[in-house]
Design a binder for this molecule. Structure first.
Ligand code: GH3
Ligand code: MG
Ligand code: MG
Ligand code: MG
Length: 317
């Protein structure tokens, strides 16, 4: 990137370098049936350090989007033989929300209704050809920035601030989908609720601040113990955590939960010179073919109370 003015103001340069570093993380799909236009667009974006992928038809674009969920932006031509830009945009919108993937329409048509058509189909922006390079840069940068901010907000909204784990909202939003996917594979799922034992006592004797730090330490231990790629872990309450095990029956979930329980019981959290050991109790329930997730949660909660009653530091089903 070379600033237009011959004056190389330092802050202009710093801004350009920063932009180039962020752009590098933004993957853009350029869709155009005409190779020359596609190459030109791709070149303009590559010079800006964006990570560019190209498709010469709507069908290729859709399969690339399927294979590359990290694509954040689509720049699509209007006039293409098999599937035009509107149709591609509508296909994209059926699969991806505007907050996950932004679409910018491009056309050299003098018909001003083309931009309207793109926006109505679900595109976020439009660029007329032949484009002014600065306009292309500004529109791409502004769409990429909005996309990035949405992703950051979404991440904030789904995380618990103290532990960094997923929060209750995220858990209840995503668990049903994972259970349905397992069902489609004809598999059961199971849910576990973990509650730290005698945590009130720790707060009472060491203070709430230290309690918070211990809680964060225990959360880290649970996260390390749970395989995050095959299960969903969240902090659903004060010192309560939920783990969804998609595809596991009660017996397998019990086994995994007992690993978690053991790991927590072996962990000592150092807080200053305090060495603190804790245990946790876990209730497990299976989500069977016809049973609902809510019923399973109630059953897991009941099992948790049985674990507490039977002396804590144990898993019950
Ligand atoms: P039990 O073994 O029966 O679970 O005993 P418990 O003392 O852990 O009882 P319970 O689960 O009912 O109480 C939870 C306590 O955890 C209440 C509160 O003092 C503490 N707690 C809950 N959320 C937080 C938090 O965010 N930070 C801190 N420091 N303490 C919390
Ligand atoms: Mg075309
Ligand atoms: Mg509790
Ligand atoms: Mg407790």
């Amino acid at each position: 990137y070379v600033p237009k003015d011959s004056e190389f103001a330092l802050d202009t340069l710093v801004r350009a370098v920063k932009r180039a570093l962020t752009n590098r993380q933004t993957r853009i799909l350029v869709v155009d049936d005409v190779k020359a236009t596609r190459r030109l667009l791709a070149h303009m974006l590559t010079v800006q350090q964006y990570d560019v992928v190209e498709a010469d038809s709507g069908a290729e674009a859709l399969s690339l989007l399927e294979a590359n969920p990290d694509i954040r932006l689509v720049v699509s031509d209007y006039n293409m033989p098999d599937m035009d830009g509107y149709e591609l945009t509508r296909h994209i919108r059926r699969r991806f929300s505007a907050s996950g993937l932004r679409v910018i329409g491009v056309s050299s048509s003098s018909d001003r209704m083309v931009s309207v058509g793109f926006l109505k189909a679900g595109a976020n922006d439009f660029i007329s050809m032949p484009f002014v390079p600065e306009e292309l840069q500004c529109r791409i940068a502004s769409n990429a920035e909005t996309q990035e901010q949405i992703a950051q907000l979404r991440n904030l909204a789904s995380r618990d601030a103290l532990t960094g784990l997923f929060n209750r909202r995220h858990f209840f939003e995503h668990a049903p989908g994972l259970i349905a996917e397992a069902r489609a594979r004809r598999q059961k799922s199971a849910v576990a609720i973990l509650d730290i034992d005698d945590f009130k006592q720790l707060n009472d004797s060491h203070g709430h601040d230290l309690g918070d730090r211990v809680l964060a330490g225990v959360a880290r231990c649970i996260a390390q113990s749970v395989d995050g790629s095959s299960s969903l872990l969240a902090r659903i309450g004060g010192e309560e955590f939920a783990i969804l095990f998609p595809g596991l029956d009660a017996k397998a979930a019990m086994r995994r939960s007992d690993h978690v329980r053991l790991d927590v019981s072996h962990e000592t959290v150092m807080v200053g010179e305090h060495q603190i050991a804790l245990t946790a109790s876990i209730g497990v329930a299976e989500i069977d073919e016809n049973g609902s997730f809510d019923q399973a949660l109630i059953a897991a909660d009941r099992a948790l109370y049985a674990a507490k009653r039977e002396g804590r530091n144990r898993v019950c089903v």
